[in-house]
Design a protein around this ligand. Structure first.
Ligand code: NAD
Length: 288
């Protein structure tokens, strides 16, 4: 009898995760006998959960908030995830990876942006910003990091500079949000990697308004709940090209899927599934 291969995401809370929908749709589309589940794992149990999954023959794991850092200790992290201090993907052999930044850069490429040599203004200096900055630099971008607390921008820029000494990739600069007007003017791409605009956290807020944007600017918000954040609404009202957080989510998931299966991920099916699910979630919330 064929044995269904199990995959999963570990985190806490994890009930809202879109990954089971996205990956199960991908397995179905490719006729792969596999099932992907969400597992709520307490921080104290990360090691047991990862070791247990590997011992049970899981095909792979995703790791999400707040376990990405702790999970490093229980896998064999690659150079990038070690540098980021966080893994979001583990394969059946216990190799650890971080595909978050790859997701963002793939979303930019899909939108027709040539990343090499492009000036990108990255808002935030948390986990998402760090992963995105590292991958933008590998792709040769000039990255302007602007964070509410400038010292955190400086720390992130320094970490990135040290890591990039030998690779001859893009440049990185640290700034504060106070300089936002002239930073937006310099940028070809603006990425929000803060929690500003996220439903239930900083609802309805944006760090940049339409009148601060210029024609030719591409605006990308990694926040995907709501799908159209206040920042993206401002950009749309200014007639600018926008990229929403679903694109990053889907491309990071597609990169994990490719690592696990060595197959071309059905990206369009994964994206359609996530968008449909988010629409259902949004309409259920609006009915409340
Ligand atoms: P984090 O807590 O590590 O970092 C949060 C960042 O937001 C920090 O830089 C902080 O300074 C900034 N911030 C918070 N409140 C602010 C305010 N009022 N003004 C200015 N800056 C403020 O979080 P994270 O893990 O980096 O996640 C950030 C966002 O990215 C979340 O909304 C998360 O859901 C989203 N995300 C999306 C994807 C995706 O695939 N689309 C992946 C990872 C994270």
């Amino acid at each position: 009898m064929a044995v269904t291969t199990v995959y999963g995401v570990i985190g806490s809370p994890v009930g809202h995760s879109l990954s089971p929908y996205m990956h199960n749709a991908a397995f179905n589309a490719l006729g792969i006998d596999a099932a992907y589940y969400a597992f709520d794992v307490d921080k104290t149990q990360v090691g047991n959960a990862i070791r247990g999954a590997l011992a049970l023959g899981f095909g792979g794991l995703n790791v999400t908030f707040p376990l990405k850092k702790d999970a490093l200790l229980y896998c064999n992290p690659d150079a990038l995830s070690k540098r980021l201090g966080a893994v979001n993907t583990i394969d059946r052999n216990g190799e650890g990876y971080n595909t978050d930044g790859i997701g963002a850069v793939s979303a930019l490429k899909e939108a027709g942006i040539t990343v090499k040599g492009t000036t990108v203004l990255l808002l935030g200096a948390g986990g998402a910003a760090k992963a995105i900055a590292a991958q933008l630099l590998v792709a040769g971008a000039r990255v302007l990091i602007a964070n509410r607390t400038e010292s955190r921008s400086l720390i992130l820029a320094r970490q990135m500079t040290e890591a990039n000494v030998d690779c001859g990739c893009g440049d990185v600069e640290a700034h504060s949000l106070v300089e936002i007007d002239h930073l937006v003017n310099e940028a070809r791409v603006l990425i929000n990697a803060t929690t500003v605009g996220m439903r239930g956290v900083l609802d309805g807020q944006t760090l940049v308004r339409a009148h601060q944007m210029h024609s030719g600017l591409v605006v990308f918000d990694v926040v995907y709940h709501p799908l159209e954040t206040p920042l993206l609404r401002e950009a749309r009202s200014a007639g600018l090209q926008t990229i929403d957080g679903v694109k990053m989510l889907v491309h990071q998931g597609a990169a994990s899927f490719a690592l696990w299966t060595a197959k071309e991920p059905p990206v369009q099916i994964m994206e359609a599934t996530v968008r449909e699910r988010l629409l259902n979630v949004n309409s259920a919330e609006n009915e409340d």
